[in-house]
Design a protein around this ligand. Structure first.
Ligand code: ADP
Ligand code: MG
Length: 246
């Protein structure tokens, strides 16, 4: 679904990703761990076209995204990448002046030219899925953080992405609200959605993921099954990271 080949990303003199090789297969649930500043967000942002690789490439579905700018149409490539991937951020990013329903129907109506009646039907089923049918006509400011994040997930799903990228989706939430968001993500995983999740929720990582990738300093230091990573970390960095998470 996604393949990074020798992917490097540099901001001025700062090399943030160094020769990343990563292949994500259908229905994998990959958790990306690592200390703050290790390049996790930048890696996700390269995968959905928010950042351009400095070297190497990212193949997203059938689109190869690389540093050469050597694409027949960059605009079309970005559109394809963003249709293929759904992204959920720490900070929800809902449109505050729109109702929950309007937030969800807007992307499929504008990007995919979906008829309004069909978009509303889709929004209703997605809101049912995240347990928020009764909030359809509310504005985001009237919802809790956990509810807003569930709306953000529903909005992302409305574009029918092939893979979901989550960047610390529960980090901005009060602890008592993280569970409802993780439950929605776990349900998605069970339904076969392919996912990459950056998170500090170690219990979720252990229970839900098929593969853990540990990054530090822009490099993949280790990867393996959750059992391998949590029970037998191979590097000092990973052991130190896990101690700090306890
Ligand atoms: P993580 O998500 O693991 O905390 P990031 O990918 O956000 O790490 O950041 C990795 C490094 O890249 C950090 O040192 C950060 O300051 C730097 N960085 C990220 N985005 C930019 C940018 N747009 N311009 C300059 N530096 C950036
Ligand atoms: Mg980050």
């Amino acid at each position: 679904m996604i393949e990074c080949i020798n992917l490097s990303k540099q901001f001025d003199d700062l090399v943030v990703l160094k020769d990343i090789y990563l292949h994500i297969r259908p229905q994998e649930i990959v958790v990306l761990l690592g200390p703050s500043g290790s390049g996790k967000s930048t890696l996700l942002r390269c995968m959905n076209g928010l950042e351009e690789p400095t070297k190497g490439s990212v193949r997203v579905g059938s689109v190869k995204w690389d540093a050469t700018g050597n694409l027949p149409s960059k605009k079309q490539a970005l559109r394809d990448i963003r249709t293929f991937t759904g992204m959920v951020f720490q900070s929800f990013n809902l449109f505050p002046h729109m109702t929950v329903l309007e937030n969800i129907i807007m992307p499929p109506m504008t990007v995919k030219k979906m008829p309004k009646a069909q978009a509303i039907q889709l929004a209703e089923s997605l809101l049912a899925k995240v347990g928020l049918q009764d909030k359809m006509y509310e504005h985001p400011s009237r919802l809790s953080g956990g509810q807003q994040q569930r709306v953000a997930i529903a909005r992302s799903l409305a574009m029918n992405p092939q893979i979901m990228l989550f960047d610390e989706p529960t980090s901005a939430l009060d602890p008592e609200l993280t569970g409802e968001v993780l439950a929605v993500m776990k349900q998605l995983a069970l339904e076969g959605m392919t996912m990459i999740v950056v998170t500090h929720e170690m219990k979720f990582a252990r229970e839900v993921s098929n593969r853990v990738i540990f990054m530090s300093d822009g490099v993949i230091q280790e990867e393996g099954t959750p059992e391998q990573f949590f029970d037998q970390p191979q590097t000092d960095r990973a052991r130190k990271f896990l101690r700090q998470m306890d």
